[in-house]
Design a protein around this ligand. Structure first.
Ligand SMILES: [Zn+2]
Length: 241
């Protein structure tokens, strides 16, 4: 690399030359800290791209910017939102099991799902975020045969990534093919107990509009925790303030 070494320990090559000593009479090279930084930076960039996000798209959705006390909700609703935020902050440290974020449009569930993604990516952990309609669209395009390889790769990413976030589950137009793809994806992670966050407008416990096979997995208390967002408009109040 042609850049200067920020530590001043190498000549910009990424390698540090060590003069011969009694123990190592030939002298030797080690990798400089600046090289490790560069590797980490590239990896972080790649992770972000693979996550389907850009740094800009995530920037507004940190935990710090989520303020339950400003939500347009009752006092009890704001308290509930604060508890949910805390739970998600904890989950973002080390995701285990599944979370269902259940709430209406503007309830703040997508903001908090983003915040988890941002936190995981900041920790350089492979994470994938996808809105379900877009994910299915991408899979369908692959299925049409135009991008077979991309399809396999994307599906493999979603199946095996450290943390998968599926935004807006249940709004997708259900065809047998769509239902099957979603089920395969969810079931892959279910059988392996891989962390998953699902957001949905649907009332999962009522089971309306959701594939019963997926629903039964979301209701598995051994694995999955359902967080119900309080009624009210988190978004409206934030934008107004
Ligand atoms: Zn260096």
């Amino acid at each position: 690399m042609a850049t200067e070494c920020p530590y001043g320990t190498c000549d910009g090559s990424g390698f540090v030359w060590h003069m011969p000593t009694e123990d190592r009479p030939t002298g030797y090279y080690t990798v400089c800290r600046c090289h490790a930084d560069e590797v980490r930076r590239k990896r972080a960039e790649r992770l972000l791209a693979e996550a389907g996000m850009s740094a800009d798209s995530l920037e507004p959705y940190t935990f710090g910017r989520f303020k339950p006390e400003q939500a347009d909700a009752t006092a009890a609703g704001r308290r509930a939102l604060a508890v949910i935020k805390e739970r998600l902050q904890e989950y973002a440290q080390a995701p285990e099991g599944w979370l269902v974020l259940m709430g209406g449009v503007g309830s703040g569930k997508t903001h908090l799902a983003y915040a988890v993604v941002a936190e995981r990516l900041a920790r350089k952990r492979p994470t994938f975020y996808g809105s379900v309609p877009e994910v299915l669209d991408a899979l369908r395009r692959g299925f049409d045969g135009n991008a077979g390889l991309a399809y396999d790769k994307r599906l493999a990413t979603m199946q095996g990534v450290d943390l998968l976030v599926l935004d807006d589950l249940g709004t997708e137009h259900q065809t047998p093919w769509v239902a099957e793809k979603m089920f395969q994806l969810v079931n892959y992670r279910y059988t392996r107990r891989l962390p998953l966050i699902v957001t949905t407008n649907l009332v999962v416990t009522k089971g309306e509009g959701m594939d019963p096979r997926i629903r039964s997995r979301l209701l598995d208390r051994q694995l999955c925790e359902v967080l119900t967002f309080p009624a009210g408009d988190y978004r409206q109040r934030r934008e107004a303030s």
